[in-house]
Design a protein. Structure first.
Length: 341
């Protein structure tokens, strides 16, 4: 008789496995104080206090995923870094407006709960939250048989930040003759992976057998939170841009005020090895600039006399350098010169 029972588990959903995963998150969250239980994890909603030290607080929110970088993780069966990417893609957007990320939630949808894989993903999310000093206050894990093929899954993140009204990086803070600084990326970050996968397949390149690509393609997105918030606190920047999909041109254009343009000197861009590698596979320069960060993960817009102080705040690997200038014009991003590939 038991064999004929219609159960949720027989449809492909294992609630017991999901419960074990929730217990794992609760016991390993960086938000735990010693052995106290994190009340929010496993609840219906997350309750959090608004920090009292913020005067006239404004909320800044962001949601994002890691795109088809997930397919690389699946191919290499390595999942401990894409959680860092998930946090980074959300919090790096929030700091563009000067906000400090305080709370993070994740959503994982998967064909079948695989505790080993989920724990590995969560390890990265917790690490990303620790780097950011951001609290993981909740999330959702959805087992969805029939929606995803075997071993497939997707990730989404949601971050909440707070900023005092007088610290918001509004467009009108950007002024004529401000410098545009490039902050180096840690690699591809989490953009352009559909093109990467397409090109590698076309060229017959097996990433499992390529030690360089195995490491490079899963290098996590650099989290710029700590450095940028120091700049905001000390009034060192007038604007920022997170260089994601659309590259330098599209993302810098998003923060320009009316009456001002950005002029970039492409010769100044310090292109890292992975982008040279992809360019040499046959991707044309215009497509590289439109799809990838090409070595520039984040941009800062600041008055020239603040340049030395800004540079001093970043570690050696991520020292900002000048790639352009703000000029009078009609919200255009002008690309001059050619990148040295």
């Amino acid at each position: 008789m038991n064999k004929n029972k219609l159960t949720y588990e027989k449809s492909g959903v294992n609630i017991k496995a999901a419960d074990k995963f929730i217990k794992y998150i609760s016991s390993n969250s960086n938000n735990l104080k010693k052995r106290q239980k994190l009340v929010n994890i496993g609840g219906f909603g997350a309750i959090s206090k608004i920090p009292k030290k913020i005067k006239n607080p404004h909320l800044v929110t962001s949601t994002d995923g890691v795109g088809t970088k997930i397919e690389i993780a699946n191919e290499l069966k390595k999942f401990d870094t894409i959680g860092i990417d998930l946090v980074a893609m959300c919090v790096n957007d929030i700091i563009v407006q000067g906000a400090k990320p305080y709370y993070f939630l994740d959503y994982i949808s998967i064909n079948k709960v695989n505790l080993k894989k989920l724990k590995s993903i969560m390890k990265g999310i917790l690490k990303g939250c620790k780097i950011t000093k951001c609290k993981l206050v909740g999330g959702e894990t959805a087992e969805m048989p029939g929606t995803y093929t075997r071993e497939k899954f997707d990730l989404a993140g949601f971050a909440v930040g707070l900023v005092s009204k007088n610290k918001i990086l509004k467009k009108n803070k950007i002024k004529n003759n401000d410098f545009i600084l490039a902050v180096p990326s840690s690699g591809l970050h989490s953009n352009g992976y559909s093109l990467v996968r397409y090109v590698l397949k076309k060229k017959g390149i097996n990433i499992k057998k390529n030690l360089y690509l195995k490491k490079e393609l899963l290098t996590p997105t650099k989290i710029y939170v700590n450095e940028v918030l120091k700049l905001v606190k000390n009034d060192l920047v007038n604007g920022c841009a997170n260089i994601t999909g659309g590259g330098l041109e599209d993302n810098i254009a998003r923060v320009l005020p009316d009456g001002l343009s950005a002029e970039l000197n492409l010769r100044n861009i310090r292109v890292t090895k992975i982008f040279k590698y992809l360019k040499n596979l046959g991707i044309i320069e215009s497509e590289m600039l439109k799809t990838f960060n090409c070595g520039v993960g984040f941009c800062l817009i600041a008055h020239p006399n603040k340049l030395k102080k800004i540079i001093s705040i970043f570690p050696n690997k991520y020292k900002p350098y000048v790639i352009g200038k703000i000029k009078r014009g009609n919200k255009q991003v002008l690309l001059n010169g050619k990148i040295s590939w």
